[in-house]
Design a protein around this ligand. Structure first.
Ligand code: SF4
Ligand code: SF4
Length: 223
């Protein structure tokens, strides 16, 4: 028995008059810092073509082995990016990702940036493997969805010089034949720990494409 039974309430009384730290999440979502590392985004050129060239540098830079990329060749009939290659398959496994941003630093084309979106929890492992369709930025005014032809008279370099500011008049989307499905469905993340809970195939998660213009933590103003 303490000498003074009321003394035990001292801490309680002291804290009663302090500022409350409780946050009413999810009703109130506290804004993140501007450069917060959240969900990734695959950016587009101003005419809608994709910036990703399928080089896999982001996957090699990732310390958690969370990225899976398969590149493929563009053709005149089906062009996804201005240059020779594009990212045919692109997946980020958010069960592994530690949101360090090293992949963004490794990307030579600024195709990959990170948004401020942090609500990445879900109820299944499969749904946390985001596909290219889910990571690709949405369409902004002046863009036409890929695949489509390169801007007439422009080269790949001109895209990076900022000379292409919108889709050429009359640009129409080509008929895509590429389904984006991985060529090898099993063990895309290594034999020890397959990408999706040991299943050889997995369903795409029901996430929508990124809203275009989402604040990016490491690529402000990126398209
Ligand atoms: S943020 Fe880090 S852990 Fe996540 S995919 Fe990029 S490099 Fe890998
Ligand atoms: S996101 Fe960047 S680094 Fe990764 S494959 Fe595409 S172009 Fe290469």
């Amino acid at each position: 028995m303490p000498e003074n039974p009321v003394a035990g309430f001292g801490v309680t009384f002291k804290d009663m008059f302090k500022k409350r730290l409780t946050e009413q999440y999810p009703e109130y979502k506290k804004p993140t810092a501007p450069r917060f590392h959240g969900r990734h985004q695959l950016n587009r050129h101003p005419d809608g073509l994709e910036k990703c060239i399928g080089c896999e540098l982001c996957a090699w830079a990732c310390p958690a082995d969370a990225i899976y990329v398969e590149g493929a060749d563009n053709t005149d009939e089906e062009r996804y990016s201005p240059g020779e290659r594009y990212g045919r398959v692109y997946q980020i496994n958010y069960l592994r990702c530690i949101l360090c941003g090293l992949c963004v630093e490794a990307c030579p084309t600024r195709a990959l940036t990170m948004t401020n979106e942090y609500e990445l929890a879900d109820s299944s492992r499969e749904s946390l493997i985001y596909t290219k369709e889910e990571l690709l930025a949405g369409l902004e005014e002046g863009m036409v969805d890929s695949p489509h032809a390169i801007f007439p008279g422009m080269t790949e370099k001109d895209y990076y010089r900022g000379l292409v500011t919108e889709a050429a008049p009359g640009t129409v989307r080509q008929t895509p034949t590429d389904t984006g499905a991985p060529q090898e469905s099993a063990d895309t993340f290594g034999a020890d720990e397959p990408a999706a809970a040991g299943d050889a195939t997995f369903e795409a998660a029901p996430h929508g494409p990124m809203t275009h213009g989402t604040v990016t933590s490491s690529g402000e103003g990126e398209r």
